[in-house]
Design a protein around this ligand. Structure first.
Ligand code: GLN
Ligand code: ZN
Length: 760
């Protein structure tokens, strides 16, 4: 009999981003909550239907979310900070207030902090637990979804985030800590189990991705206490402890000994998973959920390799029941290759998105233990792996292998450059700037849409963007900003735009992936070796500079971010891919400089994102090539050219030396939504790069006051030398509206001005 199959979770925004669209209409008051709920329900049932049609045995329920699963877990546990409760909104609107802030007649509150979800480009909301928080189960969302699934006669595997991961990710804002809440949290999960038993649920999958991180003895004891307590009243519901994004080398034996019925392990990113099972075996009485289909990549699974892996798993755990699963939730891949009409079949046949991965799972389950050579599915699959997918570009390969140490070193050294640049640019104290993009209003997107559809000519398209640039420059001059930007109207996405102009990339039409809340991205695909065809941004930057005497920043995306926000190829190392991209962007930097651009920003928004989850891998697996890739891009410029970089999220305390080693002249980053810890760290390590810690949160529409910004700046001055502090928002403004943007920037400039006077 074929093995059983399941997946850890499915994407939820809809193949055509239906959920995003209706949610945004709801935010604007253009859709009712009934409409929103109905669309969500329709999407859930469609997603289950797809899984059923593919033959998946056990279907996840509860993986749906209006915004984020960690936020859902906070709500499930009744952990809603007072400031949101006080607004007196409906439960749905309270949820959205936590997700993205609220500014209206009921009050003015910022959103919860948002952070990268492990090593993905997905973001979760950080739950806040204060001293007055009281944990109490509020399972209506999950139970409603279970009822929905039951009414469709599905075999249900309810899904929640686990107590260990939740407590480790939460922020404790008062004097209490995990130990004050662990019992009540475990009890809430126990209550949930009872409720699910009454609802007739077969399995409960508890997601504990935090277990793939470095754990200490206290963590392991916490895990054991939580699970023995929550499983004490377990009843008939079978418990699956699900891990993903790596292996659980620190806690394998303890995990398989927990009072659970199944353990889910990642055999893709978990480089040691197979060895762990081999060396320590796996309890015969438990079910092993084996993550063997990659939940993050878009490439077809190699059936021969996977079947051999399954043989080895079976040999290592001969008596355990085996269920085939994805390596993580399919949330991180697009919906289906079937919605791609432009790419040739030659390319598309190598791709597997969520829907295709479902089929891979059921095909693998059927193939396992059978005679494969006569199987059409097996043979079709193997024809993809005969080495003919793409031929190398020898010029690019040679350029990368010819790189020498001096190609990675910019001269003269930082301090000398800083002096030269201060003279040449002649900026005031607390120079003001923005991160690059200005609001992508409807007309901007409409212009792009028309151009893509062939309804307008290139000339018309460019002329429109030029008008937008001129307006944007005029606005910035009127606001009084010091270093200007052109606004990035020609860019749909900071990575896609560059990928579009580089050979070696291919693009999809509908391969959207959720990044946070209603925001989705469409990562391009590294198909072959990468090279620059022709200058990409030069004419735009030159035009923008021609409109002003103030410095106009050239705006580029860095190689690490381009790679991290693409789907990388898997037949060539990430280092090789990053260096190929770096060489292409390096040419662009030098062309901008030649064309008279004096300040060039090379965004590395996603540098922190792919830092390995285990500290021992940071240097050798990542920083050793990522930082050099960035240095390669700008090492060729003149001393007077000022290189900026931007990183989203200030969570880089731990790699702060590496950030300084990027050797940029100025770095801007997020510091408003999280805490200001990073600033103390800057001081501690004697950070030399000038810094612009974002003074307000652009992920929310609220307008910061002048005073609020001054307070933030004064705090920054406690740790940052006055001559090194820049004033800017924390990220690009493209998702914001025009009015709030102008109002916010006006306050930002005003705050900088007042501070200049006050510090004189
Ligand atoms: N320059 C980009 C922008 O402003 C940076 C975006 C980002 O950091 N994600 O849109
Ligand atoms: Zn950013």
């Amino acid at each position: 009999m074929a093995l059983q199959t399941t997946i850890i979770g499915y994407p939820r925004v809809g193949a055509h981003r239906e959920l995003k669209k209706v949610t945004e209409r709801y935010f604007k008051g253009l859709a009712s909550s009934d409409e929103l709920q109905a669309e969500a329900k329709r999407l859930r049932s469609e997603h289950w239907k797809k899984q059923q049609q593919a033959g998946i045995s056990l279907l996840p329920v509860g993986d749906f979310s209006f915004y984020d699963g960690t936020l859902d877990t906070a709500v499930l546990l009744g952990i809603v900070p007072e400031r949101y409760r006080q607004l007196g909104l409906s439960s749905l609107d309270t949820y959205f207030a936590m997700a993205h802030g609220y500014q209206g007649d009921k009050g003015d509150v910022t959103a919860l902090a948002m952070k990268k979800w492990f090593n993905t480009n997905y973001h979760y909301l950080v739950p806040e637990i204060d001293d007055s928080s009281v944990v109490s189960l509020n399972a209506s969302k999950l139970l409603d979804e279970v009822a929905e699934a039951k009414s469709l006669s599905l075999r249900v595997k309810a899904v929640v985030q686990g107590p260990f991961t939740f407590l480790k990710l939460a922020r404790f804002t008062g004097s209490k800590s995990i130990s004050d809440f662990e019992s009540s949290v475990a009890d809430a999960y126990a209550d949930l189990l009872s409720a699910l038993q009454s609802a007739g649920v077969e399995w409960l999958q508890i997601d504990e991705p935090y277990l793939v991180r470095d754990l200490d003895a206290a963590d392991i004891q916490l895990l054991q206490r939580l699970y023995s307590r929550l499983a004490a009243r377990k009843g008939n519901v079978k418990l699956l402890l699900q891990t993903y994004f790596g292996d659980i080398r620190d806690v394998y034996n303890e995990v398989v000994a927990l009072p659970v019925d199944g353990v889910g392990l990642d055999f893709i990113e978990g480089v040691q998973t197979l060895d762990l099972v081999r060396k320590n075996s796996f309890p015969a009485s438990k079910t092993l959920f084996a993550g063997v289909v990659n939940g993050k990549n878009i490439w077809r699974n190699d059936y021969r390799a996977t079947l051999s892996l399954l043989d080895q798993i079976k040999a290592a755990a001969p008596s355990a029941e085996l269920v085939l699963s994805s390596s993580c939730s399919l949330l991180h891949v697009p919906y289906t290759v079937a919605n791609e009409s432009k790419l040739p079949q030659e390319v598309l046949r190598h791709f597997a998105f969520a829907e295709e991965k479902l089929t891979e799972l059921t095909e693998l389950a059927a193939l396992f233990g059978s005679e494969v050579s006569s199987s059409a599915a097996f043979n079709a699959n193997q024809s993809l792996f005969n080495g003919s997918r793409v031929q190398p570009n020898t010029a690019v390969r040679d350029a990368v292998s010819a790189l020498k140490p001096s190609d990675f070193t910019r001269l003269p050294a930082f301090a000398e450059r800083e002096k030269i640049q201060k003279q040449q640019l002649n900026l005031p104290l607390f120079p003001t700037t923005t991160i690059g993009s200005f609001p992508q209003t409807t007309d901007v997107r409409e212009n792009r849409r028309k151009f893509k559809k062939g309804e307008i000519t290139q000339q018309q398209y460019d002329d429109f963007n030029k008008r937008k640039i001129a307006e944007c420059v005029a606005l910035q001059e009127e606001l009084g900003l010091d270093v200007l930007v052109h606004g990035e109207f020609e860019r749909n996405d900071m990575v896609e735009y560059f990928g579009d102009n580089l050979d070696g990339y291919v693009f999809t039409e509908n391969a959207w992936v959720q990044s946070y809340g209603t925001r989705c991205v469409k990562p391009p695909v590294v198909w072959g070796d990468i090279s620059r065809r022709a200058p990409i941004t030069v004419s735009t930057s030159v035009y923008a500079q021609s409109l002003t005497s103030r410095p106009m920043k050239g705006m580029l995306t860095g190689p690490v971010t381009i790679l991290n926000w693409s789907f990388p190829r898997e037949d060539v190392s990430r280092k090789e891919q990053a260096f190929q991209i770096a060489l292409a962007i390096r040419d662009e930097v030098l062309d901008l400089e030649k064309a008279g651009i004096r300040v060039i920003q090379i965004d590395e928004a996603a540098l922190r994102e792919k830092l390995p989850l285990r500290v021992s891998d940071w240097q050798s697996q990542y920083l050793d090539w990522a930082i050099p890739a960035f240095r390669l891009v700008h090492s060729g410029v003149k001393p007077e050219t000022q290189i900026h970089t931007h990183m989203c999220y200030s969570e880089f305390n731990d790699i702060i030396k590496a950030i300084d080693d990027m050797d940029a002249d100025v770095i801007t980053f997020e510091a408003s939504r999280g805490n200001l810890l990073i600033l103390a760290a800057l001081k501690q390590v004697g950070f030399r790069t000038e810094v612009g810690p974002g003074v307000y949160d652009i992920h929310s529409p609220r307008v910061p006051s002048v005073d609020e910004i001054k307070v933030a700046l004064r705090k920054m001055l406690q740790n940052v030398e006055i001559s090194k502090l820049w004033v800017n928002p924390d990220c690009g403004l493209k998702t914001r509206g025009v009015e709030e943007t102008a109002a916010s920037l006006r306050n930002l400039v005003q705050a900088a001005k007042e501070l200049r006077t006050e510090t004189k």
